[in-house]
Write a protein that binds this ligand. Structure first.
Ligand code: NAI
Length: 365
C-alpha cells in the first residue's frame, strides 16, 4: 500500500452524484485531483455536472472558490461516467503513474486518456499525477444499508489492493457496511458535514479491520483538499458529530416541549450564544478558558453541571403537538416551500463562506 504522503493525490471515483457526491467532486477538483462521477441514474450525472459548473462559476465570481486552480481548470478535472467498472478502473489506473519510467509514463497517459476519454484533463493533470499515488472511491449513494452493501460487494470484485473505498454514510457503522468484503482493510467511513464545500470537518471512522494506512492515506488526502479530518478511534453509533448534535437537539426539544423557551428563542441561544464561540473553540477548550484551566473549571463547576444534567428528561418522540409547534414557528421564519428553503440555504452558505474566510485569517489554530 502506498505511503500517506504519496496518496495525498490521485484519481477518485465518486459513486452517487447527489448532494454529497457533487460536493466531494468539487472538493477533490479544488485539490487538483481528477474525479470520475458515476451514478446509477445517468441524468443525475448530467445534472451534477451542470450544477457544479454553475456553483464553481458563482464561487469564482465571489472570490470563494477553493484551491489554487481556476474554475475552468477545476471543471476540466471532473468528468461524468455511465459505467461503474469504467469509473473504478479509471481511478485505479492512476496508480500506474507511480511505477512507470518516463517513457512508460507517456504510454500510460495515452491509455488512461483513451479509457476515460478526456484528453485535455489528463494532459493537464499529468504533472500532478507523476508524484501521486492512488486513493480510490468515495461512495455517496442514499443512506440504506442494503443498497450500500450491494454496491460494495460489486466494487469489491473490481477494485484492486491499493485503493481506498470510503463511504460518506452519516450513521451506518463501518463494520456493518464492509462486513465480508475481501478488501475490507481498505475501507472506512469518511463522513462529511453538510454543506461539505463550506464546512470542512470529515469524520474518519474505521472498523476494527481497517488498516491504519487506509486511515492515514485518507487523512492526508482530506488535508490536501483543505478539509479538516478527525480520527474516530473506534466506531460508535452516530460517530462524534451526530452524537453531539443529537444531544443538543434533544435538550432543545425538551426545553420547547416543557414551555421553558420558545422555538425562536431556543435557536437564538445557539446562534447568538454558544455557537459564536463554538465556531472557533470546542466545548473542552471552552471549559479550559472559562476558568483558570480545565482542572479549575471542573473544580468550580462539576457539581453544578451534574445537578443540571440529572434534570434532563427522556428521549423526545419528535412528533405530536411539539413537532407542530416547532414546525409552525420555523415556517414563520422560513416557509417550507422549495423556493424559500433554497433561498435560506443559499443565505446560510454565504454566511458560512464569510465565516470560513474569517477563520482562515485567525492565527492560533
Ligand atoms: P442523494 O439522494 O442526494 O444522492 C444519492 C445519489 O445516489 C442519487 O443521485 C442516486 O441516483 C444515486 N444512487 C442510488 N443508488 C445508486 C447506486 N447503486 N449506484 C450509484 N449511484 C446510486 O443523497 P446524499 O444526500 O448525497 O447522501 C449520500 C450519502 O451521504 C448518504 O449516505 C448520506 O447519509 C451521506 N451524507 C449526507 C449528508 C446530507 O446532509 N445530505 C451529510 C453527510 C453525509
Amino acid at each position: 500500500m502506498a505511503s500517506p504522503e504519496s496518496s495525498a493525490a490521485g484519481g477518485v471515483a465518486v459513486i452517487g452524484s447527489g448532494l454529497i457526491g457533487r460536493s466531494w467532486a468539487m472538493l477533490f477538483a479544488a485539490g487538483g485531483i481528477p474525479v470520475r462521477l458515476y451514478d446509477v441514474d445517468p441524468r443525475q450525472v448530467t445534472g451534477a455536472l451542470d450544477n457544479i459548473r454553475k456553483e464553481m462559476t458563482l464561487l469564482a465570481q465571489s472570490g470563494s472558490l477553493k484551491g489554487a486552480l481556476s474554475a475552468e481548470e477545476q471543471l476540466s478535472l471532473i468528468g461524468g461516467c455511465s459505467d461503474i467498472r469504467e469509473a473504478v478502473e479509471g481511478a485505479m489506473h492512476i496508480q500506474l503513474f507511480q511505477v512507470f519510467s518516463a517513457g512508460g509514463l507517456v504510454q500510460t497517459i495515452q491509455f488512461t486518456v483513451a479509457k476515460w476519454n478526456t484528453v485535455y484533463k489528463w494532459v493537464f493533470v499529468c504533472p500532478l499525477l507523476c508524484s501521486a499515488g492512488p486513493w480510490g472511491m468515495a461512495e455517496c449513494v442514499p443512506e440504506d444499508l442494503e443498497l450500500k452493501q450491494q454496491l460494495f460487494a460489486q466494487l469489491d470484485g473490481i477494485m484492486d489492493d491499493d485503493v481506498v473505498l470510503s463511504s460518506s454514510s452519516s450513521c451506518l457503522l463501518p463494520s456493518k457496511l464492509f462486513a465480508g468484503l475481501a478488501h475490507r482493510k481498505q475501507c472506512l467511513v469518511a463522513h462529511p458535514v453538510n454543506p461539505p464545500y463550506h464546512v470542512p470537518l470529515v469524520e474518519l471512522v474505521p472498523h476494527p479491520e481497517t488498516a491504519p494506512a487506509t486511515v492515514d492515506r485518507t487523512h492526508a488526502l482530506m488535508r490536501k483538499i483543505g478539509q479538516s479530518p478527525v480520527r474516530i478511534m473506534k466506531e460508535i453509533d452516530g460517530f462524534a458529530l451526530n452524537r453531539l448534535q443529537y444531544a443538543v437537539i434533544s435538550e432543545a426539544w425538551r426545553l420547547v416541549e416543557e414551555g421553558v423557551v420558545s422555538p425562536g428563542d431556543l435557536d437564538l441561544v445557539m446562534s447568538e450564544g454558544l455557537g459564536m464561540r463554538y465556531a472557533f473553540i470546542g466545548p473542552l477548550e471552552t471549559m479550559h478558558l472559562n476558568a483558570e484551566g480545565m482542572l479549575s473549571y471542573c473544580d468550580r463547576y462539576s457539581e453544578g453541571m451534574k445537578r443540571v444534567l440529572k434534570t434532563f428528561g427522556p428521549i423526545p418522540e419528535f412528533s405530536g403537538a411539539t413537532a407542530e409547534k416547532v414546525h409552525q414557528a420555523m415556517c414563520v421564519k422560513v416557509p417550507d416551500d422549495p423556493a424559500h428553503l433554497a433561498a435560506r440555504r443559499e443565505w446560510r452558505d454565504r454566511c458560512l463562506m464569510r465565516l470560513a474566510k474569517l477563520k482562515s485569517q485567525r492565527k492560533p489554530t
